[in-house]
Design a protein around this ligand. Structure first.
Ligand code: NCD
Length: 312
């Protein structure tokens, strides 16, 4: 495999290989010298057309831990603000010898456009495209689920996951539904009818319009941010009503099975989809998701850029 564009492209074995590799690489992160020489002399470009904190820093750190040279390109402050196209930006990066391009873009399909063009010869990694996909987020979530619920080995057969909130605008939800299904988990997406995507019946998951109905029967609950920046209309009457109907507070957490974990990809709207006390409680694994993201992105770059020959 040369690119990572969609969680849908991963077979069970490929996904398990990435997660297993991430687990081995996580051990490197625990050492005092956190670097491997694998990508020495290679150049990774972080091409970010949309705002990001976690994902950009995570890819940067992952590439640096593999000894790659990293260039961070943010559209704001670049010639993109002068109207430069994706094609010309890509050609510029190619001219400078990028071996991998990690792209986040507001338009669904932008990473595919890049990968299927002759503008760039290197690997393309999708770091979030519009409302479409965010495959490395799904992989780090799967890694986190496996650590907590499957003692760190194999796939996620039988694990029950509810994904709650703004499913309509969420690339995290889409990638997770696809990958979790591939790994054998049972997923339910929960949202108000206005934030449920059209055609969700064809997704490989169950649907529900009530968070309270799903609480007792899940091993993990993944809360999603309400993506106001992608909403051109009112999808619910008020934030107070949203958090009453779909927010995770301590009363709802008390109705989860005792072993169930609380996840959130970040950034959170505290008090909206998740209450501050739940976010900070020991049930929540959000900070760990961020840590695991670095290992998973190291694994993706390690495998895509052909580090296979070298021993970890
Ligand atoms: C998500 C994203 O950008 O899609 N965040 C992330 O990558 N950690 C989710 C979000 O923005 O709500």
């Amino acid at each position: 495999m040369k690119h990572l564009l969609s969680a849908a492209d991963l077979s069970r074995d490929e996904a398990v290989l990435i997660i297993d590799t991430a687990a081995e690489l996580a051990a490197v992160t625990d050492r005092s010298v956190k670097k491997l020489p694998t990508l020495r002399g290679r150049t990774v470009v972080n091409l970010f057309f949309e705002d990001s904190t976690r994902t950009r820093i995570s890819f940067e750190l992952a590439a640096k831990r593999l000894s790659a040279d990293v260039i961070n390109f943010a559209a704001k402050g670049s010639s993109v603000s002068k109207g430069e196209s994706l094609k010309d930006t890509a050609l510029t990066l190619e001219a400078m010898g990028a071996d991998a391009v990690v792209i986040r873009h507001g338009s669904s399909g932008a990473p595919h456009r890049l990968a299927n063009s002759d503008w760039i010869q290197g690997s393309v990694i999708n770091a979030g495209d519009g409302t479409h996909e965010h495959p490395t987020q799904a992989l780090l979530d799967a890694f986190t689920l496996r650590r907590h619920l499957r003692s760190g080995a194999g796939d996620l057969s039988g694990v029950r996951v509810a994904i709650v909130g703004d499913i309509l605008h969420s690339r995290v939800a889409r990638s997770n539904v696809l990958l979790l299904k591939t790994l054998g988990a049972e997923v339910t997406v929960v949202a108000p009818p206005t934030l449920m995507p059209y055609g969700v019946e064809s997704w490989p998951c169950h649907t529900s319009y009530s968070i309270d109905d799903v609480l007792p029967d899940v091993d993990a609950i993944m809360m999603l941010r309400v993506q106001a920046e992608r909403m051109q209309a009112a999808y619910f009457p008020s934030s107070l009503e949203y958090s009453r109907m779909f927010g995770l507070d301590s009363a709802r957490v008390a109705r989860l099975p005792e072993h169930a974990i609380v996840m959130h990809p970040g950034p959170m709207n505290r008090g909206m989809e998740i209450s501050a006390d739940v976010a900070d409680s020991p049930r929540s694994v959000m900070v760990e998701q961020v840590t695991n993201g670095v290992s998973v992105r190291m694994a993706v770059m390690y495998l895509l850029l052909g580090g296979m020959q070298e021993e970890i």
